[in-house]
Ligand binder design. Structure first.
Ligand SMILES: [Fe+2]
Length: 304
């Protein structure tokens, strides 16, 4: 099917994020259109689309063009085409966090910088990509940010790149939301990944740790792990590697999860904003590092 108008890919920063117009994602994509989108995703890492009022079925169909669509989430959410949609509702999230924290004596850390993450890295095959659609968003606030993990890696000095190239780290899903993975909690799922991931399509190297799910680097002391991770977290959060998106109803963001991390809206946690999003997740492959060594599962299953 020919979609008609030529597709426009308009970059938003020098390395990450591009707004795509001239395509109707509710209709089956012809091969030329899909190739254009795929090339754009590999080049710009996050694609933004406006005014795409997709049904759940159309959202899943668009996801299937890229690979297998997984169940909504390996840990939270229930299994229905709805079971392949992960629904993010800010009011429900706040309520469940209140309940969980009420069971502990802990004061929530509420550290926005600790919320940066790459999706599902606590499983051995983290998502290849995620497709997030705005169903109901506030007229202000609720932005999402993404960071370019390949640009962040490239901006490290050569000796540091050489050091981190050979490291591996443990990633966990734990039960203390809004805190660093290293602060504890019961581990439900865990995997060990290279600290530097090689992108299977582009060959780019990217920093593959992030504060929400990475607990520690293996084979070094605890202090060394903390210091090295802080260095890498500071690097991936540098503003020059990021792009920020202002949502509107029926906006879609699609990101290559192999080379990006993102930060969900922090303001929505504080203001009583209503924000409902739907996410489709594309099944990922098993990461490998510069030495060709693959990730391994420590707890929990592959994610299908
Ligand atoms: Fe996420």
């Amino acid at each position: 099917m020919i979609t008609g108008a030529p597709i426009t890919v308009a970059p938003l920063t020098p390395t990450i994020g591009a707004e795509v117009s001239g395509v109707d994602l509710a209709r089956p994509l012809d091969d030329a259109t899909f190739t254009t989108l795929r090339d754009a995703l590999l080049r710009w890492k996050v694609l933004f689309f406006r005014d795409q009022p997709l049904t759940v079925e159309q959202h899943v169909e668009f996801g299937l063009r890229w690979g297998n669509v997984t169940q909504a989430h390996p840990i939270v959410g229930a299994a229905t085409p709805e079971s392949r949609i992960h629904r993010l509702d800010s009011r429900q999230q706040r309520e469940s966090e209140r309940r969980r924290l009420a069971d502990t004596a802990l004061v929530p850390e509420r550290d926005a910088e600790a919320m940066w993450h790459t999706d599902l890295t606590f499983v051995v095959n983290p998502a290849l990509a995620s497709i997030l659609r705005a169903v109901n968003v506030p007229d202000h606030g609720g932005d999402t940010m993404w960071t370019d993990l390949a640009a962040a890696y490239q901006a490290l000095s050569a000796p540091i790149r050489e050091l981190v190239d050979g490291l591996r780290a443990v990633h966990v899903w734990h039960d203390f939301p809004g805190t660093r993975a290293s602060t504890g909690g019961e581990v439900v799922s865990a995997a060990i990944h290279p600290v530097v991931r090689v992108h299977p399509d582009t060959g780019e190297r990217a920093i593959f740790v992030s504060p929400m799910h990475t607990s520690h680097i293996v084979g070094v002391t605890a202090i060394e792990s903390i210091e090295l991770l802080d260095l890498l977290y500071d690097q991936i959060r540098r503003p020059e590697f990021t792009v920020r998106f202002r949502w509107a109803r029926d906006s879609i963001a699609m990101w290559d999860n192999r080379v990006t991390a993102h930060l969900g809206p922090i303001d929505a946690e504080f203001a009583e904003l209503e924000r409902v999003m739907e996410r489709v997740t594309i099944q990922g492959d098993i990461p490998y590092g510069p030495d060709g060594r693959f990730s391994e599962s420590l707890a929990g299953d592959h994610f299908h």
